[in-house]
Design a protein around this ligand. Structure first.
Ligand code: HEM
Ligand code: HEM
Length: 193
């Protein structure tokens, strides 16, 4: 049977893929809302709030990843492809951390702070500093761009493995029904495998 990621890793992968895509589009749509209008404040705060929730899920995902070894890659895969896969996954994780972190830091160097889901006002803990705000905002732009580039590379890599190599790579990260009560080898923690 093809080695697979744990059910938790698969759930977090697809949940975050959907949420990050939505958050990315949401961020781009913010650009169309005129500055200084009440609507902008409401939507920017919604973007900040959903971004913080995503940030917490990213930390959970990284925690899970660090404590659960992924299934080994096929032995037939050339070494350079293993290195490229590892490197691109590290960059994806870095972007997933950098986006909420830079957004959170920028918000705390602006007088607005964060109105969490427009309900609770988290006052900024930093000074209203235009230079630091611009720095973290620039980092937010860059991380968004890098995420977009690496997600496209990620999709091309998956497509190559599926269509050209005809390997079952996607099934490693695809939910699968088990027979009632049965556990797949990949659902076991590394210690018991
Ligand atoms: C978690 C994933 C996140 C993604 C994928 C994301 C993505 C984006 C994108 C694509 C933009 C528009 C282009 C840009 O300015 O870079 C944007 C703008 C923005 N984001 Fe995020 N964001 C995330 C989290 C956050 C968080 C947690 C905050 C704050 C707590 C935040 C605050 C902002 C603000 C204030 C803007 C508007 C910047 C401006 O128009 O000057 N973002 N975001
Ligand atoms: C925002 C979108 C996405 C992000 C940020 C993302 C991120 C990641 C990361 C970080 C890993 C490495 C898992 C690990 O070993 O720790 C991974 C694995 C994987 N992803 Fe994605 N992913 C995204 C979307 C997609 C999509 C749309 C597909 C399907 C075409 C996909 C298919 C896969 C597969 C098959 C693997 C397992 C690769 C392997 O077995 O080594 N991902 N993804």
């Amino acid at each position: 049977m093809q080695a697979r990621y744990t059910g938790t890793a698969i759930t977090l992968h697809w949940l975050l893929a959907l949420l990050l895509l939505g958050q990315f589009v949401f961020g781009l749509m913010l650009e169309d809302i005129p500055r200084g209008t009440p609507a902008r404040g409401t939507f920017v705060n919604l973007h900040k709030s959903s971004g913080i929730v995503i940030g917490v899920l990213v930390l959970l995902r990284i925690g899970w990843r660090l404590t659960h070894r992924p299934p080994p890659l096929p032995a037939t895969m050339p070494a350079w492809q293993r290195h490229a896969a590892r490197l691109s996954h590290v960059v994806l994780y870095l972007c997933m951390v950098a986006l909420p972190l830079s957004g959170y830091l920028a918000s705390n160097f602006s007088r607005h702070g964060i109105k969490f889901f427009n309900l609770v006002h988290w006052l900024p803990w930093g000074p209203d500093d235009k230079t630091l705000y611009a720095l973290f905002n620039q980092a937010h732009h860059l991380a968004a761009l890098l995420l977009a580039v690496f997600v496209v590379l990620h999709l091309l890599a998956v497509a190559k493995h599926m269509l050209i190599d005809r390997g079952g790579l996607l099934s490693r990260m695809w939910p699968q029904r088990t027979t009632r009560g049965a556990r797949l080898p990949s659902d076991l923690s590394p210690e018991t495998r």
